[in-house]
Design a protein around this ligand. Sequence first.
Ligand code: HXC
Length: 516
Amino acid sequence: MSNRDSMQRYHENRAKMLAGGGVKRVEAQHKKGKLTARERLDLLLDKGSFVEQQPYITVRATEFGLANKKFLGDGVVSGTGKVNGQQIFLFSQDFTILGGSLGEMHAERIVEAQGLALKNGCPFVQINDSGGARIQEGTLSLNGYAKIFRANTLASGVVPQFSVILGPCAGGAVYSPAITDFILMVDGISNMYITGPDVIRVVTGEEISHDELGGAATHASISGNAHFRFTDEKSCLQFLRKLLSYLPANNLEMPPVVDGKDGPDRETPELEELLPEDPRRPYDIREFIAAICDRGSFLEVHADYAPNVVVGFARLHGRTVGIFANQPKFYAAALDINSSDKAARFIRFCDCFNVPIISLVDVPGFLPGVAQEHGGIIRHGAKMLYAIAEATVPKISLIIRKAYGGAFIAMSSKALGYDRTLALPTAEVAVMGAEGAVNIIYRKEVAAADDPEAMRQQKIDEFREQVMNPFIAAGYGLVDDVIEPKYARIELIRSLEMNIRKREDRPSKKHGNIPL
Ligand code: HXC
């Protein structure tokens, strides 16, 4: 073959490979309001940074007509590129080729990219848009999924992993995203479920649409499977660029420190206005977070799920921190099963990737109720305690108002592992609220009093004054300092800086056994 012929063959193959499933299928993809696999990469990556890996991979199986359906790339685009200058590895499934279905070689290509991400210590992004296991390839495709799940698991805690669901993701295919750290979904485009509406109708008789069963809103607010929800693909991929800018490439690196334009000496007098006089009245913890963190830096995770706890990434004088806060606006901030799971998972992510934790405490305890007890609140609440005790990153706590019972331990106890615990003058630290305490320990005295109600109130006031005020806990050294609200940001930054070089070892073990 002449040089000219080989060049021509090169160009033909390249054009075929870049064409995906062809013009008609690309049009069909666009008609559904979806971008193509390559358009998505363009939106995510720094311009011109994409280096494609194994673009000519193609199906080896020949059964059920596959011999005539050989597409270069086999329905997935993979490789590496940069986001804000940081190298990442990624794949993007191409729905225009056999519905993005996953066969043997499609899986091999994905596993290769996963391996490179792990070897190079770079974040991994997977864009899922697929009809699932390629039916024609049978067990070969199941074998491929198993390899992917294993690679996701081995990379867990070594490099951050993100799943962007931009199409169907059904059956066992959902377990790869579920193993990764964060799932992002888009309204009207993303779907995730183990069994679809048709199977459910036959098996249980329930009628439900694809979107109600496994759309973005469902997973962001009901199941908690999705961490972030968007209205369109572009804002989703732009957000992922921002999220990546908060995180290190791997577990051996520190998160990037940006030029903190918001000074470390900014006072926060607005917090005095925010906290109501009546300790039973709620306020929005998001306003508290906005005041103390670098302006506009808070990226909330799981914003619509278990809203009684608020978690997310923010910056304090340019350093990334993980915020773990109670939200008095929902269930008076009482912790329940879902909020415990949400917090524990977030804390563990922060610990994997060297993100210090800031807890903001205003919590009356765990939510009482038969459903909670029977649902396993003991096991779920224990996850949170375990996650904090196990974490070796700097852990700073600020008690705003209530810090009662086991919730005090989970959110602010130095004995559990917090490095520095601060309290506002409004803090109340105790085993339980004053009303509950008096009902138990002064029950007989109150019942025998001439005026039981007056007696009860007197005992409540005494308890609050003598037992709950933050200087009692500070006197035991359980609270390191009591600070004014206007110095909250300044003191948190100082606390972070004094602990940022922290080193803490753990006993050698294969791995712990977190109560799942
Ligand atoms: C092979 C597939 C496919 C699959 C879709 N296609 N899914 N080919 N294996 N799993 C093909 C279609 O035949 C079609 O090819 C093309 O992709 C586009 O699909 P459409 O159906 O035309 O698209 P749309 O109407 O948008 O519907 C998308 C869909 C639907 C909802 C995903 O295709 C669908 O229900 N597919 C099957 C989903 C499924 O049951 N997958 C197996 C899940 S079990 P032509 O040439 O006709 O245009 C699983 C187990 C994993 O994944 C276990 C891991 C442990």
